[in-house]
Design a protein around this ligand. Structure first.
Ligand SMILES: [Zn+2]
Length: 306
């Protein structure tokens, strides 16, 4: 049976704006935040079929049908879910992988492993922060006045001097392939493995589903570079995520009323500690289109504060 990954489905859904898609079948008129038209699924004269561009869903107040863009296509074209995915992928010129292909299966497995490596590493760094050997990091945390709740909420950690992470991951049974793919471990030309982040405060970057996808590491002193971030890899593509969105959503589940965007890790974290929990960091100077879509999907109102 054909199965597509959640990431792929998200991508197809994001690229097929529901208002555009529905408009190919129904004449829509904007009314406030939503669009309305005559329902194609039941007989009616006055429009009770609504489409929400913010939530990317449709709903008919007359007959009760509703769902996302896939549901709409499968219903109106009278095709199955998989066919609707294929149709919408084709609409935006996306190639779909053939899941019977062994190569895709391998990539999917490696991705799943890398998420596990990232999670184990975030926990390792976090616990490491509390160890007596991490005195310098603890002093930095004290100076920045971060309390324990904040450290836990963001899983803030510390990468020490040596190659402790590599030893730890190895002891947990992880293999070289997934360790290297996580970008946390490197390999010298002579074949020795080493920790890439050293003597840095570690900020795990998590997606909305609380999966650790990357890390930012900050030095304790004034040396350069101040921050090192994970490079793009099999689970991380820059500019597609927002730091702390998962934490904001935990504080206010569902659609956020408003969200505040700041630039850096510490901006978001210190506001959180002062009780302002609906805050995310863009981790860059300009918001990308993907970040914009992510914000509109999760919050009614967006406030920029850079
Ligand atoms: Zn209807």
């Amino acid at each position: 049976m054909v199965r597509y990954s959640d990431e792929l489905l998200d991508e197809i859904r994001m690229r097929n704006d529901i208002v555009d898609v529905v408009s190919q079948y129904v004449t829509l008129k904007r009314k406030g935040r939503n669009y309305f038209g005559v329902c194609p699924f039941h007989n009616e004269k006055s429009p009770s079929f609504s489409v929400s561009p913010d939530k990317q869903i449709f709903h008919c107040f007359g007959c009760g049908v509703g769902g996302n863009v896939f549901h709409f296509i499968s219903k109106i074209e009278n095709i199955g879910f998989i066919e609707s995915v294929q149709m919408l992928a084709e609409r935006v010129g996306m190639e779909l992988p053939n899941s019977s292909n062994a190569e895709d299966e391998k990539i999917a497995n490696l991705k799943a492993k890398v998420y596990e490596v990232n999670k184990a590493s975030a926990e390792f760094y976090h616990l490491n922060l509390y160890k007596p050997t991490s005195k310098m990091a603890q002093e930095y945390i004290k100076k920045r006045k971060l309390d324990n709740n904040t450290l836990k909420a963001f899983l803030i950690g510390y990468a020490g001097d040596g190659n402790e992470l590599f030893s730890y991951l190895k002891s947990k049974g992880f293999g070289p392939e997934e360790m290297l793919a996580s970008s946390l471990i490197g390999k010298t030309e002579s074949g020795r493995y080493y920790d890439k982040f050293k003597r840095r405060i570690m900020f795990p970057i998590q997606d909305v589903r609380n999966r650790v996808i990357a890390f930012g590491g900050r030095v304790l002193d004034d040396s350069k570079p101040k921050y090192i971030n994970s490079p793009e890899n099999i689970v991380y593509s820059k500019g597609r995520n927002l730091f702390a969105l998962n934490v904001a959503k935990r504080a206010e589940p569902g659609m956020l009323k408003r969200i505040l965007i700041v630039e850096g890790y510490m901006d978001a974290i210190s506001l959180y500690q002062r009780g302002i929990k609906n805050v995310v960091a863009s981790l860059g100077t300009a918001l990308t289109d993907a970040q914009g879509r992510l914000l509109r999907k999760n919050s009614e109102q967006v406030i920029l504060r850079v």
